[in-house]
Each structure stands twice: as C-alpha cells, then as structure tokens.
Design a protein around this ligand. Sequence first.
Ligand code: AMP
Length: 502
Amino acid sequence: MNIAHLLQRSALVHGDRPAVLVGARPLHDYRQLAARVAALAGHLRLRCGVQPGERVLIYSANCPEYLEALHAIHWAGAVSVPVNYKLHARELAYVLGDSGARVVCVSAELRDAAFAAGADPAALQLLGGPGWSQAARGVPLALQERAPQDLASLFYTSGTTGRPKGVMQTQRNLLAMTMAYFTDVDEVHPDDAMVYAAPMSHGAGLYNYAHMLRGARHVVPESGGFDAAELVQLAAGVGRLSLFAAPTMVHRLVEHIRSTGADASGFKTIVYGGGPMYVDDLRRALDTMGQKFVQIYGQGESPMTITALAREHLMDTRHPRWEQRIASVGVAHACVEVRVADAHDEPVPPGELGEVLVRGDTVMAGYWNNPEATAQTLRGGWLHTGDVGQLDVDGFLTLRDRSKDVIISGGSNIYPREVEEVLLLHPRVSEVAVVGKADAEWGEVVIAFVVADGEPVPDAELDALCLEHIARFKRPKQYRWVPALPKNSYGKVLKTELRARL
Ligand code: AMP
C-alpha cells in the first residue's frame, strides 16, 4: 500500500471537491490534483530517472506545489526528504549528501541556496516554474505499489544538538499516523480545511494525509507562514479551519484575538505540540477560544503520534485532577504503547520519573546510514525518546524536559520547565528559558533567560515569585534579560545556544 493511494481514492470519491486553496482562492479540485500528481510522478520517473526507493528532496517554503511534489514522490514509489527551508547551506549540504537525493524540488527563491549547498544544477526541479506546469500536464504514471515496510520518507531531526539524523519513516508509519489522527485527535469532514501556517516540512505537512483521505481542503496562506491577522481572516473566509501550531504560535494567535476582539468561530481545531505549552498560556487560550484545542506529543521517530490530550480532557474543568491533566501531554495514542522506564529499561511505577519509551506501528524503522544510533535508540524493541516524564494512575503522561536539559545542582535534579512555568506567571514576563551553567561549587546553577513584556522586572520580584511556588534551591541564581530567545525554524528554543552563551 502506497500512501499516495489516499489521494487517488479521494480523486474518485470527492473528485469535484476543492482540494488546494491559496488563501481563500480555490486552485485545484481533487480530480485535478491527482491528475497533476500522476503526471509529475511520470516526469520524475521518465525525465529525471527516479526509481522506486530513491530519494527526492523538497526544499521550499510552504506553497501549493509542495503538496504536489510530496504526493508525486510517493506516487512514483520514491522517498520524500522534506527539508526545513530555513536550514543553513552547510546543513542542507549534509542532508543532500547523507540522503543521496537524486532530485531536489526547490522553490525559485531558494535555488541559489541549493546551489551553494552543492546541489547538482541538473538535479533541480523548480517548483511552480514553467517546467513544473508543463510536467504537471505530461504523461501520467500508474501509482507504484509499495510494501508496508518500504521507506516513504526520510525526516531529518531538527538537530537542536549534534548532526541531524535521517529518521526512516515507512509507508506503514505514515498510514498508522494518519489513522491515529482520527482515533485520538479529530474527526475530519470534507468541508473542513487544513491551513499550513507552520512549515510543511514538519508536523503541519504530516497532517496533510488525514485531510487528503477525507477529501478536505488544503489551504496555503498567501504569506506562506504564520500571521495571526491573516489566519483570523482566513478562518472567517474559508471556515472550519484547522491547523497544527507550535505553542508559540498559539500564544501569538490568542493574544491577537484577545487584543482585537476578533471572531474566532471560523476555527475548528487547533492541534498544538512539538514543544511545551505553558499552563498559563493554555488557560488563556481555552478562555479565549474555548473547545478548539487538542494537544499531541510526538517526535520524528514516531511522527505526531505518542500521546494526545483530547478536547474533552482540556474542557473537563470539574475533574478533580484537571489542573494536572492540562499540564500533561495526555494519554497514549490508541495505536502505540507508552511506558516510562528507568536506566535499565524497566518500567517505573506511576508518579515516578523516567525516560519515555514507545512501541507500535508509528515507530520508525531506524536512522538512515546510522546502525549504531538505530541500535541504541530502538534497543529492546522500544523507541527511546530521550524525553523524561511520568505517568499518573490514569495513564496521563507529564513531560519534564529532555534528559540533556535537566539541571543537576548540588546533587538535586531541577527540571527547567517547572521553573519556567513559575516565571511565566509574572505578567511582565513574556518568554523564558532556564538552563544550567557549570559551577565549581554546585556542579551546575540555574540561569534564566527572560524576555520582558515591556520593562524588565527587578530580580527580587522574580525571586519572590519563585519562593512562593517552588523549592528554594530551584530558584535561578541569575536572570538575564534578552530581547528574544534563539529558536530554530520550528519555534523550538535552542537551549544549546543559550548554554554556549554562558
Ligand atoms: P521533533 O522530532 O523535531 O518533532 O522533536 C520532538 C521533540 O519535541 C520531542 O521529543 C519532545 O521533546 C518535544 N515535544 C513534542 N511534542 C511535545 C509536547 N506536546 N510537549 C512538550 N514537548 C514536546
């Protein structure tokens, strides 16, 4: 079974329904989209010589041709390598070499960057250029059969530490991930619309499959990215709008709606995840927009699918453990098993901290060209996520921090997120990241990088806030006010960079 089958099926069942929109403007219906994809697959095979199993890289910001390229690659039985378009030329060069991509689908504005990274000019296919339009009208290729264990996509981990690794996502992985959207995240109707406000090379793009399956609309914003005012306008114009958003985007969208009093009824579902959502932000989001949120926790190695925190749980304010639940990442997706284990991979009892392990059909086949990392990460048949967390008696998982972010001070573990949650309670703290700094006496001490909302606050005020909520030893030794936190292009704070500044 080839994941491109989802598009083929929707072209039959929902042929006349709008498939792709740019802003509120319909571009192709499902029949047209499938015809273009089959022709582009023909082009990849016949003109570019791409054989099933070969890799094709996509290096582009969000655009309607992104979806065409992705599905044409699948349709031809090849392996998509979606690359973050904000990567540095050096990183792109690494991914090009490591994946051994035969073709690079690139948007016009990134062509020079692709050259700079060493892409072979003959291997470039310009998304949306005249050649592309012509290829989309060419000879269609029959959908290529794939086996469930065949590779569908190579996803390079965002690499907040070290060199990126190519996560091997199989056909089975992507299909299981797609079904998991319906079991644990949301129902989708053909009238729904998925807007790509976050990079399509990452989580947002992975949600295309569930919407492809249901014959829903795919909306590429005119801006190509996240713009709160534009999203609000799109929700009003397009209606039944869903999106995947990093917590920082949710924060910005909610603040925009609060400050403008805009009508948010056109939004259907906002799936947030990819990084910690602070409880204070979440409360404001629920207050402002109500029952529209679902959280997911996943990683490239088990794409979008480890746990989910459902709408019902977020809205169940009368539940005695509601406070803890909204600070959790929810319960295991139906198609995977999740456990928390000690250093010997033995499960720990509820309430105890350990590493989060995952097993099931969404778990990757391994890392491309990297048997050592594969053996280490998949040892004992479980994916070792590198995330530290605890399960409660009802099966809700609360994440602490990535194991490498935990601060050990005077022999005690300090979880930065706990300190960050407290500092964010201050109305004039807009963003914060807590890291450890090497210290001769304590091993490590706690340092907080803080972004002010307006004027910085005296340290004593933040100290008092910490003393009110957490143990004295967790209080930062220093507050460093910065204009912004360094983030990667998916909005994740780069703690490695902050540590390097220390
Ligand atoms: P990536 O593979 O780039 O998607 O990064 C995955 C990592 O992001 C996970 O291992 C977690 O550390 C973090 N992450 C993903 N979802 C969540 C979430 N809902 N809450 C907190 N952290 C998350």
